[in-house]
Write a protein that binds this ligand. Structure first.
Ligand SMILES: Cc1cc2nc3c(=O)[nH]c(=O)nc-3n(C[C@H](O)[C@H](O)[C@H](O)COP(=O)(O)OP(=O)(O)OC[C@H]3O[C@@H](n4cnc5c(N)ncnc54)[C@H](O)[C@@H]3O)c2cc1C
Length: 324
């Protein structure tokens, strides 16, 4: 036996099944494949048909508590900065403003972002604000790019539903559950994942680049995210709501609030609309899960920050996988 074939025999590639093809599943698959694993993504919807493509998608933490969030934010930001150099990825670094309307706003995210400063231009009623340059992701373009990068690394894709992680045991040495809202059901031990419904209306973009996030707007969650091909206007944050139907009254209210925030939006043509259910959990779950027929790592519950945290969490999954 030659040395090379002996090494291959001695160190077979670990077979990993990643359940989920949203931004979390694909980022995890990418990182595991990059680390040398033989990765198969199993999902009943590709990224274009997940909540990951409904996302606005601006790099900003929202509804995603965890003691490790700071680390994941830092790592993800660094990766997105590098990715933004590839024009085809659909990631742009853009300046914008986080509006603050409470006396003690949460600025825990600002140390991560070099150059974040006090905002000087603020809407009526705001007490303060932060101006920062962060990644803005044109999610449709990015989803295709990320899928292609996974394929380049040898990731295989299977389109099918999975009823429980244990059914993956025969074909995998490790299963990563990155199934968003349905992850708890798959594992059978977690009923704490709840949908937080969001709705957006997307306008034509005549060339705007500045984004706005106004979480505490008295009228409700408000944001304006200009991307390459549209301007995403949102939103709502309806805990426990499961309807994927568009609501006209919600859309009217979104347009009213966002136009008050950014008057240049007045009269712009609507190009599309979207509804999605954020997979929310008291804390993001990223850990080994014992008690199954195959080793399992959970990576889900990213709430309104799945795009924001994706690379940091994917890197953490690889470290966890290698530690075990
Ligand atoms: C309106 C709106 C705006 C948002 N804006 C932002 C933003 O600006 N920035 C940001 O970071 N985040 C944003 N988010 C949140 C973000 O979209 C989510 O956190 C993220 O998409 C979650 O990704 P995921 O991969 O965990 O889940 P998903 O995208 O839901 O993917 C889940 C995957 O698992 C598969 N799956 C599930 N169960 C099974 C099963 N049993 N068998 C087989 N496959 C299965 C699905 O087919 C799918 O492929 C927003 C969300 C909404 C709704």
């Amino acid at each position: 036996m030659s040395n090379i074939s002996y090494m291959l025999y001695a160190c077979p590639m670990r077979r990993v099944t990643v359940v989920g093809s949203g931004v979390i599943g694909l980022s995890v698959a990418h990182e595991l494949a990059r680390a040398g694993d033989a990765v198969t993504v199993v999902a009943d919807a590709d990224i274009a048909h997940t909540v990951s493509t409904v996302a606005a998608a601006v790099w900003f933490p929202y509804l995603s508590a965890s003691p490790a969030t700071g680390d994941w934010l830092t790592r993800s930001l660094a990766r997105y900065r590098a990715i933004s150099l590839d024009e085809s990825a659909g990631v742009d670094l853009r300046a914008g403003t986080v509006v603050e309307r409470t006396p003690h706003p949460d600025r825990s995210w600002t140390p991560v972002v070099a150059g974040a400063t006090e905002a000087t231009v603020l809407p009526e009623g705001a007490l303060s604000g932060v101006r920062a340059t962060v990644p803005v992701v044109t999610s449709g373009v990015y989803g295709e790019w990320l899928t292609a990068r996974c394929r380049d690394l040898g990731v295989r894709f299977e389109v099918r539903g999975v009823a429980s992680v244990d059914e993956c045991a025969g074909n995998a040495d490790l299963v990563v559950v990155a199934a968003g809202l349905r992850s708890g059901q798959l594992l059978g031990d977690d009923s704490s994942v709840v949908p937080v419904r969001g709705q957006v209306v997307r306008l034509e973009n005549p060339g705007l680049t500045d984004w706005w996030i106004d979480d505490d707007n008295p009228g409700g969650l408000t944001y304006v995210v200009p991307r390459r091909d549209d301007i995403v206007c949102g939103g709502v944050s309806e805990v426990g709501a499961t309807s994927l139907e568009l609501d006209d009254a919600t859309e009217r209210a979104i347009l009213e609030r966002t136009t008050a925030l950014v008057p240049q939006l007045a009269g712009l043509r609507i190009v599309s609309r979207g509804v999605g259910l954020r997979p929310s959990r008291p804390t993001v779950r990223l850990e080994r899960v014992p008690g199954h027929a195959v080793p399992v790592i959970a990576c889900y519950g990213h709430g309104g920050s799945g795009v924001t945290l994706s690379w940091g969490c994917a890197e953490a999954v690889v470290e966890l996988a290698q530690a075990g």
